[in-house]
Design a protein around this ligand. Structure first.
Ligand code: GDP
Ligand code: MN
Length: 301
């Protein structure tokens, strides 16, 4: 065996610090992508964290949507490359080996009846992505959905400074109020929540294979939702402990994934995907937080 075929990594030297950028900590930015949204691409390219410390990882479904998104992603990458503006450490693009839903219209994908199947598939895609792309150099993993179209350019610095094992931003959406013709904002992601007695009672009475998905009136959990804790006059750095997270914009210490925290595609404490991930991180002994006043914006279809 040639000597250079042996790689040593001391994971103990891999740090997570509140001044991640100054410490040159590497970030793996992960995006499951069924659609290519140009605003998402422009937004990540405007991030001010040193791009040579960022690896991008994408996973696309093996369907027509995935085909179209892949072409758009590849041509956007080539475009930056031709302008000598592509400075990421590495870009990893995966095609799913698992199934995905055909119809991705907002109405269809949000129907309660398809959540177990859809979120289960999303969980498998997220797991494939993180366990394939994570390398021994990464200190942080940033999960950012492909339809997060606006964040502060300092997103990575703003999240890493909290130095939390799992930290979720508050996902809102901009829209035009038809009555006033003015742009307003409304909550989008209801998967950032605090467990409630009602939620626990519902879970306790469920069959083993049943799941609770948050944000549906049919399952009244009365869980406090981070989306509703946004205070426009509040401190953006206010933290709140969470029990469930969404995947829109979540920073995770890479060690949390290395310890085995993944996105269950099966009911785990009656939770799946990102909500199950938060539960698993907690069972591994990590704390989960959210930033109610730190907004990022979801695309408006
Ligand atoms: P919603 O915002 O909660 O309705 O969820 P989305 O449909 O936006 O899905 C979350 C993220 O996963 C987005 O980045 C999508 O582009 C992506 N996505 C959705 N469906 C699939 C899929 O079947 N496979 C993969 N790889 N990504 C998907
Ligand atoms: Mn979305």
């Amino acid at each position: 065996l040639p000597k250079n075929h042996i790689s040593h990594y001391d994971l103990n030297k891999l740090t997570n610090s509140p001044d991640a950028l100054a410490q040159q900590e590497e970030v793996l930015l992960l995006t499951p992508m069924s659609k290519f949204v140009p605003e998402y691409w422009n937004n990540i390219n405007a991030l001010t964290y040193d791009h040579s410390l960022i690896t991008l990882g994408f996973i696309l479904p093996r369907n027509t949507d995935g085909e179209v998104a892949l072409k758009a992603l590849e041509s956007s990458i080539k475009d930056l490359q031709s302008k000598n503006k592509l400075n990421y450490k590495k870009i990893v693009i995966l095609r799913q080996d698992s199934n995905s839903l055909e119809s991705q219209k907002e109405q269809d994908r949000h129907a309660l009846s398809v959540q177990k199947e859809r979120r289960g598939m999303m969980a498998l895609a997220r797991n494939s992505l993180v366990f394939t792309a994570l390398s021994p150099d990464h200190s942080w993993v940033l999960w950012l959905d492909a339809d997060i179209v606006e964040t502060p350019p300092t997103l990575i610095q703003d999240l890493t400074i909290h130095n939390k094992p799992v930290l979720s931003a508050n996902v809102y959406q901009k829209f035009i109020n038809k009555e006033t013709n003015q742009e307003e904002i409304r909550p989008y992601d209801f998967n950032n929540w605090v467990e409630s007695d009602e939620g626990l009672a519902i879970a306790a009475n469920m069959a083993d294979d049943e799941i609770i998905v948050e944000g549906y009136s049919q399952i009244a959990t009365y869980r406090p939702l981070m989306a509703h804790f946004y205070d426009p006059n509040g401190d953006v750095s206010t933290e709140m402990p969470l029990d469930g997270v969404g995947g829109g914009a979540v920073l995770v210490k890479a060690d949390v994934h290395r310890d085995g925290a993944m996105f269950p595609s099966f009911p785990f404490y009656h939770l799946i995907e990102t909500e199950g991930f938060a539960k698993m991180a907690k069972r591994l002994g990590y704390e989960v937080f959210g930033l109610p006043n730190y907004l990022v914006y979801h695309y408006n279809e």
